[in-house]
Ligand binder design. Structure first.
Ligand code: PMP
Length: 404
């Protein structure tokens, strides 16, 4: 059992008042708050060891390089990657996906097929569409049912020897559905397709084991698991990353440069051109340590209770409908209230100190599927409490009365 008050004391922002009311932060799907240790790690880097990495013989450069590479190893252990050089630092999920799609531009041929799920965030749709435009590949969509679950029978039918890539999120940001990614990866491999898993919404809730999953690529953002913004990871199997050409040229990613020809550095440097977010990369390692200290079993237990309690309490509101009723889901509740625009509820409850996300959640195809403009999304983290859910329910009721 977590001592929630002790955990909350790790997050300085949670004691804030917003609009004169205690902050209730339920927008964790967009980004999580940061514990003091992560904030300190950033400050410590700039105060004590700021220098560019992989370049200098001087002491500070060495210390910064060691700290950065140690963070890479922490993340390697966390996701159980076979090699540290399979763990590439990026600026986030979007960056990771684009690095892969750009790499595939020289591999795919006209008529090759890419399967993308109906549950994707725009950042796992648009880069693949751009890739199709460049290569003549065809995008096919794995459909979902009204509970917000992908239909595996349809997925099986879509797979063929034309399928070159399958891309799917581990957990949906808009609905919270946990997708059967292990099954999907195994099936894709039967037809020889590569699989990218968008783990942006999974890493705050679970510890992915990339070797057990056997995915070819796994991407996530640091800011959703209590780490800094502008950080992220692209994991790729060594053989998969070696097949992809780098998509950014510059310093640090080369073996030798002449005006006639340049040869590229080995992994991971081949994909890490230029000076990275050094402080952020180091602090991401601190965030991963922090989450592991809290413990993913504890995190899941707390979030399960919040999801059950939140679902039960919100459903006491007349005219409230929840979107995303998958059997396997995480602590996200996406809902609407009859006859009221989600934006109006969001604006009113903000005045009461409650932060939720309203809108299409960068997942317009999901909103189109349900024929709605958007939803109100409350996404819970392990540092949230049932009392905060009570505040949300009371605030939504108040907004409903005002708008009725
Ligand atoms: N995929 C999913 C499932 C997400 O939830 C998000 C962020 N909302 C992203 C991709 C994009 O992440 P980022 O903006 O950090 O690159």
């Amino acid at each position: 059992m977590l001592d929630i008050q002790k955990i909350r004391a790790d997050f300085p922002i949670l004691t804030q008042k917003v609009n004169g009311k205690p902050l209730v932060y339920f927008d964790n799907g967009a980004t999580t708050q940061k514990p003091q240790v992560v904030i300190d790690a950033i400050a410590k880097y700039y105060q004590e060891i700021n220098a560019n990495i992989h370049r200098g013989v001087h002491t500070l450069s060495q210390l910064a390089t060691d700290a950065y590479e140690e963070s890479r190893k922490k993340i390697q252990n966390h996701i159980n990657a076979k090699f540290a050089h399979e763990v590439l630092f990026t600026s986030g999920t979007t960056h990771g996906i684009n690095a892969v799609t750009n790499g595939f531009a020289s591999i795919l041929k006209p008529g090759d097929e890419i399967l993308v799920s109906a549950l994707e965030h725009h950042s796992n749709i648009v880069p693949w569409q751009m890739l199709c435009e460049r290569t003549g590949a065809i995008l096919r969509v794995i459909p979902m049912n009204t509970d917000g679950e992908l239909i595996m029978a349809e997925y099986d039918k879509l797979l063929s020897d034309k399928t070159k890539v399958v891309t799917v999120n581990h957990i949906s940001n808009a609905l919270g559905t946990i997708n059967p990614v292990k099954y999907m990866i195994d099936k894709a491999h039967e037809v020889g397709a590569a699989v990218l898993i968008d783990g942006a919404q999974a890493v705050p809730h679970l510890k992915p084991d990339v070797q057990e999953l056997d995915c070819d690529f796994y991407v996530f953002s640091g800011h959703k698991l209590c780490g800094p913004t502008g950080t992220g990871i692209l994991y790729g199997k060594e053989e998969c990353l070696n097949k992809l050409p780098p998509y950014q040229g510059g310093g640090e990613m080369i073996k030798e440069v002449t005006f006639e020809k340049t040869t590229y550095a080995e992994l991971p440097h081949k994909f890490e051109a230029g000076t990275p977010n050094i402080a952020g990369g180091i602090a991401l390692g601190t965030a991963v340590d922090y989450m592991n200290e809290v413990g993913f079993d504890n995190i899941q237990q707390q979030e399960k209770e919040l999801l059950e309690y939140g679902t039960q309490q919100l459903l006491t509101i007349e005219g409230l409908k929840i979107y995303g009723t998958a059997k396997e889901k995480t602590s996200v509740i996406s809902f609407n209230i009859d006859g009221i625009h989600p934006y109006d509820i969001g604006t009113i409850i903000d005045k009461l100190g409650i932060a939720v996300r309203t809108g299409h959640h960068c997942a317009q195809p999901i909103m189109n599927f349900f024929e709605i403009p958007g939803t109100i999304r409350a996404s819970f983290a392990f540092y949230n409490t049932k009392e905060e859910i009570d505040s949300l329910v009371a605030a939504v009721k108040r907004a409903q009365n005002m708008l009725a």
